[in-house]
Design a protein. Structure first.
Length: 82
């Protein structure tokens, strides 16, 4: 059985005020308030859109990204590296 992985927005529970704006605006209803804090309770429904991050007035939600660089390409003869 293959393990499935996906990225989820990071929620800083220390900054979360429990206002519920992210819950109201989440188009897939993946976010709920649990003990007055935002929690992604349905991770498979999260589409990693920017709505929760954009509307969080406390700045408690962020979407981390991983930058993957393309493999080095060999320079053709006569070219110089920048």
């Amino acid at each position: 059985m293959e393990r499935q992985t996906w990225s989820l927005p990071a929620i800083d529970l220390k900054r979360c005020t429990g206002c519920g704006w992210c819950v109201e605006r989440c188009p897939t209803h993946a976010v709920e308030l649990v003990a007055h804090k935002a929690v992604i309770v349905r991770p498979t429904d999260c589409t990693y859109c920017d709505i929760c991050e954009t509307y969080c007035p406390a700045g408690a939600i962020g979407r981390p990204f991983i930058v993957v660089f393309a493999p080095d390409q060999r320079l053709s003869s006569g070219e110089q590296q920048p």
